[in-house]
Structures are given as C-alpha cells and as structure tokens.
Design a protein around this ligand. Structure first.
Ligand code: ZN
Length: 239
C-alpha cells in the first residue's frame, strides 16, 4: 500500500467518549474524539494507527464490488466540481499549526508544512471540514424553505462522508447528507434535501412519497436522473 494512499476519514467529537477511538469501515475511517481533547492530539493518534486502519479498510473493501480507478489527487492544478462547476484548487504550505480553507471562486487550502506524505491527507481533511460547515448552512436554508409547507421539520441536519447514499432520514427525523452534495449542481442538493424531508411523512418510496416530493419540486426527475447518471463517477472521483 503506497504511503500517500488517501485515507478518507471523518472526525466526530463526542461528549461521552472518554478515549480516542477509530471505527474502520470500507468507505473510510471515523475518529471518535472526546470533546475536551484537541485536534492535534486526535490527528497524531490517527497518524499512529493509519497503517493499521488502511490495512483494515482494504480488507473490508475486498468484500465490496470495486470501483474503477482511484480518487483524484487533491493538489495544485486540480479542479473541484463545486456546485457543479469546476473551480481551481490551490494548495500551499505554511508554518501555521492548523489548516485553512478560503474560497473566492477557487479553493485556496493552506496546510501545515510537515511530512509531504501527509499533505494530501491534510488537504482532504481541511476540505471536508470546510464543506461540512458550508453544506450544513445551505441545507438549513433549504429545510427552512421547504419544511414549513407540509410540516416536515428535521430534528437535526448532519453532513457526513457516505459511500453508498446521498442522504438518509433516521427514525428521530435526523437528516444525514453526503458531503459530496457540495459537488453537484445546486438543484441536486435541493432534491436530496426534499427527498429526505418527505421521508419524515412517508418512510418508504411509495407513490404517495413521490407525490409529496413532486409537490415540493415538480421538476425533481431531472435531479434524480443527474444522480443516476453522474453519482457513481462523483463518488469514485472524490470518495
Ligand atoms: Zn429515500
């Protein structure tokens, strides 16, 4: 396994956790961090257990159908399909301890200068952190726009890394969204948000469910088809 293998991971801060914990799935790694602990310590821990986590992930992926090709490298010169439009990515190193993401029509991602083998991984993590905040804001606006119409109020909206789904709606009406919805046309994000909100009323994909989706978004089929046509490619590219 090459050392710069991009390890997809997410960090979850937990008030109840008493120690750092790594949960490895085929789609990536989740690091559970006690709230009191700093990011630096958490990243050190992840770095220390990285080889083990990668081995475990590859083992789990062996049991899944494989995706063709590898994710694109996140480095200067690459582009990211933010809101469906390719925007340039610029990566620079700095002496700061924390990574920084700025967006002004391009992504400027500043990461600490450390081991170059860690750069790609830090960029990926910084991008995910930024997208998480941005997407949660967009999703909250969309929810406010659509929720009132038929009383479909989500309890919480979370942005996550998900390998096989664009969104989900839990039994307590918590809506989870795939972070990659930042990289689809805006209408697709709106469709997925509406889709999950409609599951608050109908837990299935019955005709009544699709009727409700259509009442919110009469043109939803076009967005659904976008996901069917381009979704797998996006997952492969930025997984
Ligand atoms: Zn559904």
């Amino acid at each position: 396994m090459p050392h710069d293998f991009p390890l997809p991971y997410g960090i979850r801060y937990s008030r109840r956790a008493t120690r750092l914990r790594l949960i490895v799935k085929a789609s990536g790694v989740e690091l559970v961090v006690p709230s009191a602990l700093g990011e630096e310590r958490a990243l050190e821990f992840l770095q220390r257990h990285r080889a083990w986590a990668e081995r475990k992930m590859v083992e789990l992926q062996g049991r899944l159908p494989t995706h063709a090709g590898l994710p694109q490298r996140l480095e200067t010169g690459a582009t990211l399909p933010f809101q469906g439009r390719e925007v340039p990515l610029v990566v620079q190193g700095a002496r700061d301890r924390r990574a920084r993401v700025e967006f002004d029509g391009r992504f400027l991602i500043t990461v600490p200068v450390t081991d170059p083998a860690q750069t790609e991984w830090r960029v990926r993590m910084a991008l995910f952190g930024w997208v998480k905040v941005w997407l949660a804001g967009e999703a909250a606006q969309l929810a406010a726009q659509h929720a009132g119409k038929f009383g479909l109020q989500p309890r919480e909206i979370r942005v996550k890394r998900m390998r096989s789904r664009w969104g989900s709606c839990g039994p307590g009406n918590d809506v989870n969204l795939n972070w990659l919805l930042a990289f689809t046309p805006p209408g697709v994000l709106e469709y997925v948000m509406v889709h999950e909100l409609c599951h608050i009323r109908h837990r299935d994909h019955s005709a009544r469910f699709w009727d409700l989706v259509a009442r919110h978004l009469p043109g939803y089929l076009e967005q659904r088809q976008w996901l069917q046509r381009h979704g797998a490619e996006l997952l492969r590219r930025l997984a």
